[in-house]
Design a protein. Structure first.
Length: 175
């Protein structure tokens, strides 16, 4: 699982709460023996460390200006139009597509479907008319915005045409 760390977030919350309770317990136990300046210094450390870590790491963590991937998937949804199958070959790209299909409601509105992490051979079988049971009926046009998948589909012998920057239509080659 590529994003297993996400599943630890609830655990980190629980650990943080118990860590806070533990630090408070240590502070209460040590308080009678600490002088005023030492007590203030200890409190300052508890504030300064998280603030310093946030300041040091915010620039790398802030992704609000990085819209490259979002724009690519917006183009994919735009060029796909209505009644289409969007295919991906990795979890991250699937998440972007699901955002537009589920979060923005475009899946139902435009009758778009997602083939999540579909292998090139399965895309070929879909285009040959077999459909993707439970995902998409046969006959829908196929698009991808995943560069590696576009290369892999080409290697599978399919026609892959870039219809917008970073968005490709996938078809069977002419007979």
């Amino acid at each position: 699982m590529p994003d297993v760390f996400v599943f630890f977030l609830p655990l980190w919350l629980v650990v943080a709460v118990f860590l806070g309770i533990g630090v408070e317990g240590v502070a209460r136990a040590a308080a009678p023996r600490l002088h005023g300046r030492v007590r203030v210094a200890a409190a300052a450390v508890l504030v300064v460390v998280p603030v310093a870590m946030a300041a040091a790491n915010y620039g790398r963590a802030d992704q609000s200006d990085d819209v490259t991937h979002a724009r690519r998937f917006e183009r994919l949804v735009d060029v796909a139009g209505h009644d289409a199958l969007l295919v991906t070959d990795n979890y991250r790209d699937s998440e972007f597509v699901w955002y537009y299909l589920l979060g923005e409601g475009l899946g139902d509105e435009r009758r778009l479907r997602l083939g999540n992490m579909v292998a090139p051979g399965r895309v070929r079988r879909y285009l040959d008319g077999s459909g993707l049971p439970g995902i998409a009926p046969a006959g829908l046009p196929v698009y991808t915005a995943t560069p590696q998948q576009a290369r892999d589909l080409r290697a599978e012998g399919l026609d892959v045409t870039e219809v917008a920057p970073g968005a490709w239509r996938v078809e069977l080659p002419p007979a």
